[in-house]
Design a protein around this ligand. Structure first.
Ligand SMILES: Nc1ncnc2c1ncn2[C@@H]1O[C@H](COP(=O)(O)OP(=O)(O)OP(=O)(O)O)[C@@H](O)[C@H]1O
Ligand SMILES: [Mg+2]
Length: 455
């Protein structure tokens, strides 16, 4: 037989104490009752109840203060507050402080029954998340969470590259942590005391490229009222990240390539060549090889960038990292939002594992933030996660890098041509279309006509 569950009632109204005591005892629970806050706290420390039914208004100590003291202790008791209808603010405050649930006065037996049953059930089915090490919590350094083999391999690569200054390409789907990885590479490198500078390639347009990257001299153009250093100069001997490098327009790719070849630049309107010592990292959520096949990314630039490639695996391929990521983010959310979610319902992990995470770790973080708000009290509930996930497609980041149908067809045809070494008949057979159709398509997409001597 399972051990008897203990319930503590703290209420100054004798009639409430007596009726609750009778009702809950009949359900097979061990009930203790206290009429004041002081007595209540003493009983709490003595009996270690699983559930506490706590009146918000008590003669000596306020219910909120008692709640606060209970939440500060290690024992995982679930607190159900008894509140009056007009007490919205106190109710909110109680939930914010970690109360598990609340019931209104006058007490409705069904409501009470439901709250108690649920909290006892939850008390059985949740696990406290262990505390992070102090150094992790207080450390100023960024942390990449993960324990799966793919992530361990990634840590190893970061360790290796932090010893040299080779150019790195970080690729991976949106939200997988590419920017975070770039930062950690910088922080673990020999130049961690030097600047870390980011260039968002999506915002670079024509003329801005040079002035942003290389800076400009006073009077170089209208509006250049004083000399300004560009990002490269600001990075000094540190690290510069070219973020979303796949979005860089072709003409600017040529300019970036020219810089990479010589590591030298001149400020706009200047004459002096400045040698850049910065370590270059490029990040992208697009498949640059694909873009290169389509002629939308320069092959030579790609070669320059991927001296070392770090491919960040999507979250759905490393679901075993979920518990640690959840633990990490809950600590962060608790700290940043003043929440007190310290436990996770077992079922919650199954819900998380069943989702495909198109937005990867960023999506997980956002889902957790919303679910913490949704899961009143100190437990991250599976139901809260379900509610948030059901609503989440609307909040997903827009799918970038999704090729158009024409692009897909073009690449597909190109692949067939490569596969058949330009043999039109063989390619047409492979694609299951006629030769004339293939010819038309090739022309439409401006692809090279195969050599007529080798049709
Ligand atoms: N392994 C991880 N451990 C801890 N936090 C992570 C991890 N991966 C990602 N994050 C966090 O998730 C969020 C998204 O990560 P980041 O911005 O680095 O993604 P990204 O790959 O650059 O995405 P995008 O392609 O959309 O720019 C950040 O808050 C980041 O700190
Ligand atoms: Mg990014």
């Amino acid at each position: 037989m399972p051990p008897v569950k203990r319930v503590l009632i703290i209420d100054d109204e004798t009639s409430i104490r007596e009726s609750l005591d009778m009702y809950l005892s009949e359900k097979g629970l061990a009930v203790e009752a206290a009429g004041t806050g002081t007595e209540g706290l003493a009983a709490y420390h003595k009996y270690h109840p699983q559930v506490i039914i706590l009146d918000i208004r008590l003669p000596d100590i306020s219910g909120l203060d008692i709640l606060k003291r209970i939440m500060e202790t290690d024992h995982d008791a679930k607190v159900i507050m008894i509140t009056a209808y007009h007490d919205m603010e106190t109710t909110i405050e109680a939930m914010r402080q970690g109360a598990y649930d609340y019931i209104h006065k006058p007490i409705d037996v069904d409501e009470l029954d439901h709250a108690v049953t649920k909290s006892l059930h939850i008390a059985d089915k949740v696990h406290a998340i262990p505390h992070l090490q102090d150094d992790q919590e207080s450390g100023v350094r960024h942390q990449i969470v993960g324990k799966t083999p793919a992530m361990r391999a990634l840590f190893k690569t970061i360790g290796l590259v932090s010893r040299n200054r080779a150019t790195i390409l970080v690729e991976g789907e949106t939200g997988t942590g590419k920017e975070l990885i770039a930062r950690v590479i910088h922080e673990s490198s020999l130049v961690s005391d030097q600047p870390y500078v980011t260039v968002d390639c999506t915002t670079l347009v024509d003329n801005l490229f040079e002035s942003e990257l290389f800076g400009y001299e006073r009077g170089a153009f209208t509006g250049a009222v004083e000399t300004k250093k560009g990002r490269l100069e600001l990075a000094g001997e540190g690290t510069i990240l070219f973020d979303e490098v796949g979005d860089l327009p072709l003409p600017l790719q040529a300019k970036l390539l020219r810089f990479l070849e010589y590591s030298e630049f001149t400020r706009v309107g200047g004459t002096k060549a400045i040698l850049s010592q910065a370590r270059i990292i490029a990040a992208t959520n697009r498949d640059l090889c694909d873009l290169a096949t389509q002629g939308r990314f320069r092959q030579d630039l790609l070669f320059r960038l991927r001296v070392i490639t770090i491919s960040v695996p999507p979250l759905r391929s490393r679901l075993d990292d979920l518990p640690e990521l959840v633990r990490f983010f809950l600590h962060k959310i608790n700290r940043d939002l003043g929440a007190k979610v310290t436990q996770v319902e077992d079922k919650a992990y199954a819900v998380l594992r069943n989702h495909s995470w198109p937005g990867n770790v960023r999506e997980l973080k956002n889902v957790l933030i919303k679910s913490v708000v949704e899961s009143r009290g100190s437990v991250l509930l599976a139901d809260a996660l379900k509610t948030v996930l059901a609503a989440s497609p609307r909040d997903l980041p827009p799918i970038t890098g999704l090729a158009s149908l024409d692009d897909l067809e073009k690449t597909h045809i190109l692949k067939a041509m490569v596969e058949t070494k330009g043999n039109l008949s063989a390619a047409a057979r492979l694609l299951r279309i006629s030769r004339p159709t293939l010819r038309k398509r090739l022309k439409l997409y401006g692809l090279h006509q195969p050599d007529p001597r080798n049709p």
